[in-house]
Write a protein that binds this ligand. Structure first.
Ligand code: HEM
Ligand SMILES: *[C@@H]1O[C@H](CO)[C@@H](O)[C@H](O)[C@H]1NC(C)=O
Ligand SMILES: *[C@@H]1O[C@H](CO)[C@@H](O)[C@H](O)[C@H]1NC(C)=O
Ligand SMILES: *[C@@H]1O[C@H](CO)[C@@H](O)[C@H](O)[C@H]1NC(C)=O
Ligand SMILES: *[C@@H]1O[C@H](CO)[C@@H](O)[C@H](O)[C@H]1NC(C)=O
Length: 516
């Protein structure tokens, strides 16, 4: 075939009125000034240098020079989708939150799916915690539900969070992901056993994020119109089938399609195949909590469904892709501090720490006025005495900017106060270690919740990661899992030994696989 060269078409301005361009889509600088030329920079003479007055170039170049904001310290890799939440069951006897006020009521939501420890460019199917965060735009402000695909968390004391993140992310010297540091930290903290088993089980490798269940993990409180509270766990249960990948598939997808989960979600929604979930709660009264055989505020313990049944609340449907990833996903800011009247914190210490941490990082990651961005701002008006700071574009007019005052301005609301159900707390102020029942729930998980295939998968996926750690740490992990179940530990040991004899493992011991 012959290559036909045509002349480059002239860029023309379609609507010239009196010699002036009327095209509303004409390219401009950030200040709205129509561009003189899109291809050529201003120079002194045809082959001369660029003068300082090349303002069109400066505007554009200085913008791209600043286009990246810090990636999230955890959950950096993620994608979003939009949709709505619809109440399908009356739970007003538990919570007076307006978002639950009547069956059929719809509330707009934005969801972000994420990987916990991967960097922004990481691969979706790597062994990782998967996040599912929902922002509900309610008439009484933003409610964020920030959940994971694990039923329990790997730590139950926030003092250990920074170490969890450091041990799980890149090594400070090699800048490589490091199974040794990961397993080192987690095997030194036996409360991680339960969370680790969820992380490495089939649940951790869903077929797509549409097939994912997610759990709020932390213990919240719901408060009803009579100011009575119950403790509550939020669960997000998929209405798609539970389906998961095989270990071989997860490994293959790491290289063939690192954005596998994101691609699936985007094109499912694009094709009108809208995924949905059922929001369910489990509740406990204070009396039930006091007599529970486990610490109901401990994030490494789950609430058994036979004793604390799932109660349906509503459904979440995702039916729209974001039009702009950065504006609607990268800049979205979820926080467990965003609780609306009728949903409150509990003394769960992980929750208490999260109430601080998320907005703290967002003030750094996005900027002081991040709550004013379209994706983060509530649908109801914001009235307070906050003013100024970088990028304050909804600065709430003028005086008075203090309270109380004699000149009007936002009043106090008795709504939230009416719904506050105080809980009693007292005790000696000091550092308390968590309880030491590390293994009974993991044992129940292994022996009763998993089938043979699930147990086999769990062993293989643990071995895939653990085999990369130093040997003394492998031994420590085996001892930890032996406390759960002897057969479990034996399975891990046998597979580890089998791998060590295989030629692929030798490649890491200095055998050059590239030479003929
Ligand atoms: C002490 C415990 C924890 C601390 C200090 C903590 C801290 C953080 C921080 C700083 C971020 C980044 C937020 C941002 O840049 O916008 C984050 C993200 C996230 N965390 Fe946690 N976290 C903790 C425990 C948990 C738990 C228990 C869950 C789930 C129940 C969870 C789920 C998530 C999710 C899903 C994201 C991603 C949010 C998004 O999509 O933007 N975290 N966490
Ligand atoms: C609030 O909860 C209490 C205790 O469960 C219950 O007796 C009361 O009827 C509830 N109030 C409303 C308005 O549902
Ligand atoms: C992993 O971490 C250990 C402990 O810090 C270190 O000795 C080792 O060199 C690291 N390996 C890689 C690949 O980062
Ligand atoms: C994983 O997939 C298998 C095979 O489709 C299925 O039998 C099993 O129930 C799934 N389990 C989980 C926890 O996803
Ligand atoms: C609760 O609110 C109602 C009206 O909304 C008000 O009349 C009442 O005084 C409030 N009660 C308290 C304890 O603030």
């Amino acid at each position: 075939m012959k290559l036909i060269l045509t002349t480059i078409p002239l860029i023309t301005c379609f609507s010239l009125v009196n010699g002036e361009c009327q095209d509303p889509t004409v390219a401009t600088t950030g200040s709205g000034i129509p561009l003189r030329d899109r291809f050529a920079i201003r120079t002194v003479g045809c082959r001369g240098p660029v003068p300082m007055e090349a303002a069109e170039f400066l505007d554009d170049q200085s913008h791209i020079d600043r286009e990246r904001i810090p990636e999230r310290i955890v959950h950096a890799k993620g994608f979003g989708a939009k949709g709505f939440f619809e109440v399908t069951n009356d739970i007003t006897k538990y919570s007076a939150a307006k978002v639950f006020s009547s069956i059929g009521k719809k509330t707009r939501v934005t969801v972000r799916f994420s990987n916990g420890f991967a960097d922004k460019g990481g691969a979706d199917t790597q062994t990782d915690i998967r996040g599912y965060s929902i922002k509900f735009y309610t008439e009484e402000g933003i409610w964020d539900l920030v959940a994971l695909n694990l039923r329990v968390f790997v730590i139950n004391d926030p003092k250990l969070f920074s170490s969890l993140a450091h041990a799980s992310k890149r090594h400070p010297t090699t800048n490589l992901m490091n199974a040794t540091t990961f397993w080192d930290f987690l095997t030194l903290r036996p409360e991680s056993t339960h969370g680790l088993m969820w992380l490495f089980s089939q649940t951790g490798f869903p077929c797509s994020m549409r097939n994912l269940n997610a759990f709020g993990i932390n213990t919240f409180r719901l408060v009803n119109a009579s100011s009575e509270y119950v403790y509550c766990k939020f669960n997000i249960i998929t209405n798609q089938k539970i389906r998961n990948l095989t270990i071989e598939q997860t490994t293959k997808l790491l290289s063939t399609d690192p954005d596998y989960y994101q691609r699936d979600m985007f094109y499912s929604i694009e094709k009108g195949n809208f995924p949905s979930w059922t929001l369910k709660i489990q509740v406990m009264t204070q009396t039930e909590a006091d007599s529970a055989p486990f610490n109901y505020l401990d994030t490494t313990k789950s609430w058994p469904e036979d004793k604390y049944p799932m109660i349906e609340v509503g459904r979440i449907i995702l039916n729209e892709n974001p039009a702009n990833h950065f504006a609607e996903v990268e800049q979205i800011a979820f926080s467990p501090a965003n609780l609306v009247p009728g949903i409150q914190t509990s003394p769960d210490k992980i929750l208490q720490a999260r109430v601080f941490s998320y907005m703290d990082t967002q003030r750094y990651r996005i900027g002081n006025n991040f709550q004013q961005l379209p994706v983060n701002r509530p649908i109801n008006p914001v009235h307070n005495n906050q003013r100024d700071g970088h990028m304050a574009f909804e600065n709430q007019g003028g005086a008075p900017n203090y309270y109380p005052n004699s000149f009007g301005g936002p009043g106090s609301s008795c709504r939230a106060k009416n719904l506050s159900a105080p809980y009693y707390a007292s005790g000696y102020v000091r550092e308390y270690l968590s309880d030491t029942d590390y293994f009974s729930q993991p044992r129940d998980f292994y022996e009763n919740k998993l089938d043979d295939e699930g147990r086999k998968f769990l062993i293989s996926s643990i071995v895939k990661s653990l085999s990369q750690a130093f040997e003394f740490i492998q031994i420590r992990a085996i001892i930890m899992f032996a406390n759960v179940n002897q057969g479990f530990a034996r399975g891990i040991t046998e597979e580890l030994l089998a791998i060590k004899g295989q030629p692929e493992a030798l490649a890491f011991c200095g055998i050059d696989v590239c030479s003929p």
